[in-house]
Design a protein around this ligand. Structure first.
Ligand SMILES: [Zn+2]
Length: 302
């Protein structure tokens, strides 16, 4: 026998997250648009391959934002008949796509910059305006990191959290541009393409992590051993529970799902057994923040 969850407030999808996710992503997208155009234009005028790489990076971020926006929109839809567990996995799939996008952009820039590094004729002569643009980029991105991190904590969305860290890595990326273009201004022109390679590798690394975390989720990786211990403890704390078996968990874009079979006194009435099962379900959903769906089975145990 199984008890299906009946709580309306903890159903998968959490539609109330949508406005917060939408706003933080739109703010990030607006900044990425300004930075993409600004850095690419200044990179061409000011002759810095590193800044152009950073500008194209911001453009790829803009595409990423569009994906996040679409994913947050669909992922926030509540469960329906076709998708009884909600639509959160759409967010996971979009994260993987963003990852591949970043990896592709990174590979292109590494290829081009390595060519320039070994061919002094193709190296550019950056001007001071490049340093101003890169410094502005650092300030804007560091600010976005803090703002996005606050929203990520509120919505418990790993995708928004990943985006926050992405903003910070973008800030670091522009620091590298300052070092590279600054070095080139000081008379070492090879430092600029070298910085471009670093910027590209950072973009690729972020992309690789996006892909890794999405794949882990898509193959139904369970919760951590520490989390499982906590679940253990919570289940055992409910009065009348003699033990449990077949505890299984899985994650979906920041939400956790689980099922478990609890052992009860065989002489209990069905009504009593049902009450205890619902109590277990309630405790788990209330005490574990990311737990959104709990299915409890019952076995008699003397
Ligand atoms: Zn980026």
């Amino acid at each position: 026998m199984s008890v299906k969850p009946t709580s309306d407030h903890h159903g998968p999808g959490l539609p109330s997250d949508w406005p917060a996710k939408k706003k933080v992503t739109l703010v990030g997208a607006a900044a990425n648009f300004v930075l993409a155009v600004g850095k690419t234009v200044v990179g061409v005028i000011g002759q810095s391959q590193a800044l152009i790489a950073d500008g194209i990076h911001s453009l790829s971020d803009l595409f990423g934002d569009a994906l996040v926006l679409i994913a947050a929109r669909w992922g926030s839809h509540a469960a329906d008949d076709n998708h009884p567990y909600g639509h959160a996995r759409i967010e996971t799939a979009a994260t993987a796509i963003v990852g591949f996008l970043l990896l592709a952009v990174a590979a292109g820039f590494v290829f081009d910059s390595v060519g320039r590094l070994f061919d002094p004729e193709r190296q550019m002569q950056p001007g001071w305006i490049v340093l101003v643009a890169a410094a502005l980029s650092v300030a804007i991105k560091e600010g976005l990191y803090h703002y996005t991190q606050i929203v990520a904590r509120k919505t418990r969305s790993p995708l928004i959290a990943a985006n926050a860290w992405h903003h910070r890595s973008d800030a670091f990326s522009s620091v590298v541009v300052i070092i590279g273009a600054g070095g080139a201004v000081a008379g070492f022109p090879w430092l600029d393409p070298l910085a471009a390679i670093f910027v590209a590798i950072m973009v690729g690394w972020v992309g690789w992590q996006f892909i890794g975390s999405s794949v882990a989720e898509l193959v139904d990786t369970g919760l951590s051993p520490e989390k499982l211990e906590e679940l253990d403890r919570l289940i055992s704390s409910v009065e009348g529970v003699r033990g449990h078996e077949q505890l299984r968990t899985r994650k979906m874009a920041g939400q956790a799902f689980m099922d478990v079979r609890i052992h009860l006194d065989p002489d209990l009435t069905l009504r009593e057994a049902d009450r205890i099962a619902r109590k277990v379900q309630k405790v788990l959903i209330e005490k574990v923040p990311e737990m959104t769906d709990v299915v409890v089975g019952i076995s008699p145990k003397t």
